[in-house]
Structures are given as structure tokens and as C-alpha cells.
Design a protein around this ligand. Structure first.
Ligand code: ZN
Length: 92
């Protein structure tokens, strides 16, 4: 048995929404909703990849803007890896 970190009700490990207070378990909180593994993988890896592929084409080269967007892409990727290691957490 696990406990909801917000209201301390007992909840099953497989439960993704707390029945007592409505807290949600997920990988990332986006647009007022907790998101699952599929969303995390899509946004966390495909978005950085899209940035890395699209920005050089758009800019026709690798200037400062490329390195800035590459850092953002790597930041998103690193955050995703970190969130996957930590696993789902509760949001409310
Ligand atoms: Zn709760």
C-alpha cells in the first residue's frame, strides 16, 4: 500500500489518481494535467530531436542560435532522462 502525499489516504501502487483528493501521478505536469510515460517520451525525446533537426535547416548553418536551441534541446532531453529514472510522482 502507498499513501497519497497530499491527503495521506491509502492507495494501491497501481492507482494513478487519488480517489480522496484527486491528486494525479505522472511523469510531468503539463496544461493542468499529469501526463504519463507516453507523453513524457514523445515530448521529452521527439521535441529535442525535432529542434536539433529543424533548427540547422531553418538557419542554414550552425550559429549562436543553433547552439542556444541545441542547449535547450539537450536540457529537455536531460530532464526527460532524469524524470524516467525518478519515475512517476504525484501532482496536484
Ligand atoms: Zn490524496
Amino acid at each position: 500500500m502507498a499513501h497519497c502525499p497530499y491527503c495521506l489516504s491509502k492507495i494501491s501502487e497501481r492507482e494513478f489518481v487519488c480517489p480522496a483528493c484527486g491528486a494525479e501521478k505522472g511523469y510531468v505536469y503539463f496544461n493542468r494535467k499529469s501526463r504519463g510515460l507516453a507523453f513524457m517520451l514523445m515530448v521529452g525525446f521527439l521535441l529535442p530531436l525535432a529542434i536539433l533537426l529543424a533548427v540547422p535547416l531553418y538557419l542554414q548553418g550552425t550559429g549562436t542560435l543553433f547552439w542556444m536551441s541545441a542547449s535547450i534541446a539537450l536540457g529537455i532531453g536531460a530532464f526527460t532522462v532524469y524524470r524516467l529514472i525518478v519515475g512517476p510522482i504525484w501532482y496536484r
